[in-house]
Design a protein around this ligand. Structure first.
Ligand SMILES: CC(C)(COP(=O)(O)OP(=O)(O)OC[C@H]1O[C@@H](n2cnc3c(N)ncnc32)[C@H](O)[C@@H]1OP(=O)(O)O)[C@@H](O)C(=O)NCCC(=O)NCCS
Length: 151
């Protein structure tokens, strides 16, 4: 962090929270607009059942990551995004580590995700492993990855 620059706040929110519109806007800008999708394509069917972690500063959402619990032990990490001008500065890693700590606190021990091919090294740095064959999702190459928390 640059001296004098306020750090981010990390907050778990639900749809309806004052920061949720900012979260959706970030997800649209970072994850959907570059692929030619519209704002209507941002929300997932399990939006309300998921954990939403946002990194924010002065009311602006600058990073987010979501987790959909699939059973009592684990679920899927999805919609991982950092504002373009802040990528590569450690915020994505902080979001994943903050989410994982909360998941452990809640008794989850397994996380899986659909990684875009360019993001695979990012998740590998955080202890995730590729499994299965490559596939295409939202028109781009993906790999399945997973991690056992606390291992
Ligand atoms: C992928 C993304 C979430 C990563 O967040 P970030 O804040 O840019 O990443 P960080 O700065 O926290 O990187 C953490 C580590 O991963 C490494 N890393 C990040 N992206 C990488 C890449 N594409 N290739 C290789 N290493 C990468 C960093 O060098 C850093 O390594 P270090 O621990 O040795 O310092 C972010 O770049 C992003 O939003 N990208 C566009 C959307 C996207 O692809 N989301 C993922 C969908 S699956």
């Amino acid at each position: 962090m640059t001296p004098g620059t306020p750090d981010f706040a990390f907050t778990f929110i639900e749809p309806g929270h004052a920061l949720y519109a900012g979260e959706l806007e970030l997800r649209f800008r970072v994850l959907r607009e570059p692929l030619g999708y519209t704002r209507a394509d941002v929300a997932f069917p399990f939006e309300a059942d998921s954990l939403h972690l946002v990194a924010h500063r002065a009311g602006t959402v600058l990073g987010c990551v979501l987790f959909n619990p699939e059973d009592a032990h684990g679920g899927r990490l999805f919609q991982m995004a950092v504002a373009a001008h802040l990528q590569g500065q450690g915020l994505g890693a902080r979001l994943v580590r903050t989410l994982e700590a909360e998941l452990v606190r809640r008794g989850f021990n397994h996380v899986h995700l659909h990684a875009r091919a360019p993001a695979v090294p990012f998740y590998e740095r955080l202890g995730y492993s590729v499994f299965g064959e490559p596939y295409t999702e939202v028109g781009i190459p993906h790999r399945n990855m997973h991690k056992t928390l606390g291992a």
